[in-house]
Design a protein around this ligand. Structure first.
Ligand code: ZN
Length: 245
């Protein structure tokens, strides 16, 4: 068991959690991954997990020694209790309270709680998730205060000293691509572009600059916008560098 320097990453197979996985591999001696199958429409994201993990092992020898077991938990009950466009075949739209109807109430509370129960059994102290307040859809279970409150509750309720890490909390999607570039260079950016999945509709037939997806849903829109900003920023900093030379 990895003791105090082991981490469990909530790894869905999307861009954010893949970046979190690289972040954790850069920091912790042993890293295990956890994915949830809750009847999501974009279930294809779960299939991306294996490919991305294999890609990290192939491209980053230092990380391959640290990458431990992968776990998948079925949470069928989540689709049963919630009425949401993520688990039902209805059109994705904004609700009257301005939350998108992809909102699954308390999803991240459940994910982190199951994550902590698994981390308890595996002897892992750090739990890493891709929750983000910055340019997300206003999901209340992604708020920093929510995560901090849950950390207190989990530590009280399980008699442990878990640390919940959310490296993406205050950065936008462009900065998430930049973080990947800083952690693993172009090789990591390419792996994330090719092997992660974001599209809510589960579309992997259309290939864009920023990866696969329908190109229309809110998740695709956010990913495209972040990618375009990232590319523009990179071009600008390269231009500045060559002007300095
Ligand atoms: Zn899409």
């Amino acid at each position: 068991m990895s003791g105090s320097n082991g981490a469990l990453v909530l790894f869905s197979g999307g861009q954010d959690s893949a970046t979190c996985l690289a972040w954790a591999l850069d920091r912790f001696e042993r890293v295990e991954t956890l994915g949830f199958d809750y009847g999501q429409r974009h279930r294809v994201e779960l299939d991306c997990r294996t490919g991305l993990r294999a890609g990290l092992v192939a491209d980053f020898p230092a990380w391959s020694d640290r990458l431990g077991e992968d776990h998948t938990l079925r949470l069928d009950a989540l689709a049963e209790v919630s009425d949401t466009a993520l688990t039902r075949d209805v059109e994705i739209r904004m609700r009257e309270d301005m939350l998108p109807n992809t909102f699954v109430p308390g999803r991240n509370l459940l994910f982190l709680t199951f994550g902590a129960a698994l981390a308890y059994r595996r002897g892992l102290r750090h739990i890493v998730g891709g929750m983000c307040e910055t340019d997300f859809s206003g999901y209340p279970d992604c708020r920093d205060d929510t995560i901090k409150a849950l950390q207190v509750a989990l530590n009280l309720g399980m008699e442990r000293r878990f640390v919940l890490h959310t490296p993406l909390m205050w950065i936008d999607k462009a900065a998430t691509w930049k973080l990947a570039a800083d952690l693993g260079g172009a090789a990591l950016v390419d792996r994330i572009r090719e092997e992660t999945h974001t599209c809510y509709l589960g579309d992997r037939t259309h290939r864009h600059d920023w990866g696969y997806g329908c190109g229309e849903c809110p998740a695709c829109e956010l990913r495209r916008k972040g990618w375009n900003e990232f590319v523009a920023n990179e071009r600008q900093s390269q231009a500045t560098e060559s002007a300095d030379v």
